[in-house]
Design a protein around this ligand. Structure first.
Ligand SMILES: C[S@@+](CC[C@H](N)C(=O)[O-])C[C@H]1O[C@@H](n2cnc3c(N)ncnc32)[C@H](O)[C@@H]1O
Length: 466
């Protein structure tokens, strides 16, 4: 999506559907900015080019990237109307929150003095349409823009709008980081149990690759003990190991006690053991040793962990701790995912935005975990590491199962934003982010049902030895 310097905010039509005067002024400003080579977002033209379906996200993208918001008002009612208010209020909130420290709002009004403007707008420059023609106003706005650009070049302030761009810049920051923050994910979110069930089914061919590899290299030992670290409801553990005649015990641990309790009730297979334990707690090793002692387990033969590492603050530390409990030549299987593996065609724009936006969510898991598995294992003392990939795509599944793949890979993304919003419902930014993600996911889900739409992603599966 395009970046804009100036966002022109105006009410397009009145209550009778007629074009407003504000809209005509907006058009003149847009043309003047174009003639000055300034990239301006003017919804009547910019959105025509982009198409209706991307309306709201295009507006949000323009608001995100613009350095100046120009608000046109020949009538206070227009300024207060729903969508116009959304535009200037969210821009103003970004400035207050330090997201756009150098952002500016300039009002261009007629017969409205600063004092009668809504409180939030009073501290900004108010230019009079009567006193300042379009050309002079645009020259003024251009000066403000030049000042912002010059100060950015001299040394960008801490958190301006450009550093907020969620694309490669943020991704590389996440990539460089040796450890991640702990994610706020919870497997007891309302729809998570059904999503995990779908995911367990969809990823079975991925885990099979790892199991085949281990079997072919003599890794299935009689009376094996399997550990599933981050097991949630145990769907995966039961399906992959529950009926293996070479496995005696399947010890499943998770730090979510309510999930463990539910899992105990759900499974009747006597091989399955469920215990609550936090992989990242300081005394994990002692706690885990106690669990092993209680169940008469001496060593673990295979550690299995699916889609859990990316929720941890320090995956390497956890991998190192687990390694001590592994029998000599014991194996480890890790399954991760990576947002970089997601492709679609045609129209990848919305998916890209959703993925980039996900990276900005508070407490989001490490969305780029798949590519790190090799290094994480090597750094944690494992050897003979092999990485496999397994593609899941829309061509390989039944039309009716498309919903499942969408749910597995996208639907949960609004949970992160919902959690942040629920922490402080009065925070406009959080509300906007949450609403944006809901709207974007709804649109994207529709794409999944278009027959010519293709989507794919890879599971990353790592197998290694102690
Ligand atoms: C996305 S779920 C995956 C569950 C299961 N492995 C599967 O593939 O269906 C991640 C699980 O890791 C668990 N988890 C996250 N952090 C953990 C920690 N520090 N210790 C133990 N479990 C943790 C969560 O509670 C959650 O059940």
């Amino acid at each position: 999506m395009e970046n804009f310097d100036i966002f022109i905010s105006f009410k397009n039509t009145d209550s009778n559907g007629r074009q407003t005067e504000d809209s005509r002024i907006a058009e003149m400003l847009y043309k003047e900015f174009c003639s000055r080579n300034i990239s301006a977002f003017y919804s009547n033209i910019t959105l025509l080019k982009l198409g209706e379906s991307v309306y709201k996200r295009s507006i949000d993208n323009a608001l995100d990237t613009a350095k100046i918001l120009v608000l046109i008002g020949t009538d206070l009612e227009c300024i207060e109307s729903r969508w116009i208010k959304y535009e200037w209020e969210s821009f103003h909130t970004d400035i207050l929150n330090g997201v756009k420290t150098d952002g500016e709002i300039i009002t261009y009004t007629r017969n409205i003095n600063s004092h009668s403007l809504p409180r939030a707008l009073r501290s900004y420059q108010n230019c009079s349409i009567t006193d300042m023609d379009v050309s002079s106003f645009c020259a003024f706005a251009e000066n403000v823009l030049n000042r912002i650009n010059a100060s950015r070049q001299a040394g960008v302030p801490a958190q301006d709008s450009s550093s907020r761009q969620e694309g490669p810049a943020n991704a590389s920051v996440l990539l460089k980081a040796g450890s991640h923050h702990k994610s706020v994910y919870s497997s007891s979110y309302s729809n998570e149990i059904s999503r995990l069930k779908i995911q367990a089914f969809n990823s079975s061919s991925s885990d099979q690759i790892a199991l085949d590899h281990i079997r072919d290299h003599g890794g299935f030992r009689e009376h094996s003990v399997i550990l599933d670290a981050g097991c949630a409801y145990g769907y995966v553990a039961e399906d992959r190991f529950g009926h293996a005649d070479w496995a005696d015990k399947i010890l499943c641990i998770d730090n979510n006690e309510s999930v463990i309790e539910k899992a105990r009730q759900m499974h009747t297979n006597p091989k399955m053991i469920f215990e609550a334990a936090d992989l990242e707690s300081e005394d994990f090793s002692e706690q885990f040793q106690n669990i092993l002692d209680r169940h008469g387990i001496e060593k673990i033969d295979i550690i299995f962990s699916a889609l859990t590492l990316h929720h941890l603050k320090n995956p390497n530390k956890v991998l190192r701790k687990l390694r001590r409990f592994l029998a000599e030549n014991g194996r480890i299987i890790l399954r991760g995912s990576d947002d970089g593996s997601k492709l679609c065609y045609p129209d990848h724009d919305l998916m890209t935005q959703i993925i980039q936006k996900s990276l900005t969510a508070e407490g989001v898991s490490d969305r780029l975990n798949g590519r790190k598995l090799y290094t994480q294992l090597a750094d944690s003392g494992y050897r003979n590491i092999r990485i496999f990939s397994n593609m899941k795509d829309l061509s390989s599944i039944d039309y009716d199962d498309r919903e499942g793949l969408f749910k597995e890979s996208f639907a949960y993304r609004s949970d992160y934003f919902r959690k942040a919003y629920e922490k402080d419902p009065s925070d406009m930014r959080r509300r906007n982010d949450y609403e944006w993600m809901l709207a974007a996911l709804e649109l994207f889900e529709q794409q999944f049902y278009e027959r010519n739409f293709w989507y794919c992603e890879y599971d990353y599966i790592a197998v290694a030895e102690k």
